[in-house]
Design a protein around this ligand. Structure first.
Ligand code: NAP
Ligand code: ZN
Ligand code: ZN
Length: 347
């Protein structure tokens, strides 16, 4: 056991404060990482505040983890000490069910283990995330990172990147398609960059007028202010695909009507509680609404390699660990351009 500094929420009503956790000694298949940076996902905030009613405290959030390998077990073959390495939202799964065998560990039939707020499969206790100095995981759940891109800007790819990449691939988004990305935050800004890189015509759907210039800078071809009725009329029945990344309650029916015949809206944003969906909005134009959860390990590595090849990273604001509570407040106000990343040297 090694004691490790971290920041934890002790309850749903208390701010994050310093806390010490005990990490296990490396197992033969484990990779141990000295964490350099950890991205701040809106899911961290949902979990810290128990928005989804499933949080277990103390809770150490953080699942956009990047750093340097400091130790490897005897049976580790894919990593060596000194390598750059990342951990996303998963640290274990059953590895035996059909989904695990297909590299879809995020849909493991027997339950995957989250990087934080989960329970280790060997019964050794709770998992604690990346708002800490070090972490260990089985090598199968550790990702290789490019050394050609800034490390802090790669961190958000481990969740925001894969969560947007996976549905764009699954629904074959590409040239000739009209894509709407709803919500310009951590996920949304990666959704824009990735959909543009895949050749789609991309429209940013945002309720924040001041984000228009940024949306264009990120590559969006159009910007629609969702609070402006005249602007939204121009995209009625327009999109082949909408990626909904909004973290707060919103009316799905309003956006479903922006889909063309056979269009699909994929929800990755997970606001509590959900709004009802009116079936007629699906029926009349044979539209679909779907969901998508992060991505499996093989696809996460594919996405990291794709981003390295296409020179795609996240736009980040690096913060000190002590400023995490303020960052959460700013995130709730939509005041993040476009991902906070914690510099772990400040812990
Ligand atoms: P974020 O950076 O806070 O961005 C959320 C964006 O939603 C905001 O920037 C804002 O964009 C929009 N928004 C916020 N409040 C709104 C409101 N009241 N009405 C309309 N739009 C609003 O959050 P994130 O880290 O990207 O995460 C987004 C959501 O995805 C969260 O619910 C998170 O838990 C979820 N998530 C899901 C997965 C998955 O696997 N499915 C993975 C990671 C995260 P505009 O200002 O442009 O309108
Ligand atoms: Zn996340
Ligand atoms: Zn499984």
């Amino acid at each position: 056991m090694s004691s490790t500094k971290s920041y934890a929420a002790q309850s749903e009503t208390t701010p994050l404060t310093p806390w010490t956790i005990n990490r296990r000694d490396p197992k033969p298949t484990d990779v141990q990482i000295d964490i350099k940076y950890c991205g701040v996902c809106h899911s961290d905030l949902h979990f810290a505040k128990n928005d989804w009613g499933m949080s277990v405290y103390p809770l150490v959030p953080g699942h956009e983890i990047v750093g340097i390998v400091t130790a490897v077990g005897d049976k580790v073959s894919k990593f060596k000490v000194g390598d750059l390495a990342g951990i996303g939202c998963l640290v274990d799964s059953c590895r035996e069910c059909h989904n695990c065998k297909d590299g879809l560990e995020q849909y493991c039939s027997n339950g995957w283990v989250g990087t934080y707020g989960g329970m280790e499969k060997d019964g050794s206790g709770a998992t604690y995330g990346g708002y800490s100095k070090c972490i260990l995981a089985h090598e199968d759940f550790v990702l290789h990172l490019s050394d050609k891109q800034p490390l802090e800007a790669i961190a958000p790819l481990l969740c925001a990147g894969i969560t947007t990449y996976s549905p764009l691939r699954r629904w074959n988004v590409g040239k000739g398609q009209k894509v709407g990305v709803l919500g310009l935050g951590g996920l949304g800004h990666m959704g824009v960059k990735l959909a543009v890189s895949m050749g789609a015509e991309v429209t940013m759907l945002s309720h924040t007028p001041s984000k228009e210039a940024d949306a264009k800078r990120l590559g969006a071809h159009k910007f629609v202010l969702t609070s402006d009725e005249e602007q939204t009329k121009t995209v009625a029945g327009y999109f082949d695909f909408i990626l909904d990344t909004v973290s707060a309650q919103h009316d799905y029916n309003f956006y479903l009507n922006m889909l063309n015949t056979n269009g699909t809206m994929v929800c990755v944003g997970a606001p509590p509680p959900a709004e009802p969906i009116v079936p007629f909005n699906l029926i009349f134009q044979r539209r679909s609404i779907a969901g998508s959860l992060i991505g499996g390990l093989p696809e996460t590595q594919e996405m990291l390699d794709y981003c390295a090849e296409h020179n795609i990273v996240s736009d980040v604001e690096v913060i000190a660990m002590k400023d995490i509570n303020e960052a959460y407040e700013r995130m709730l106000k939509g005041d993040v351009r476009y991902r906070f990343v914690i510099d772990m040297a400040t812990l």
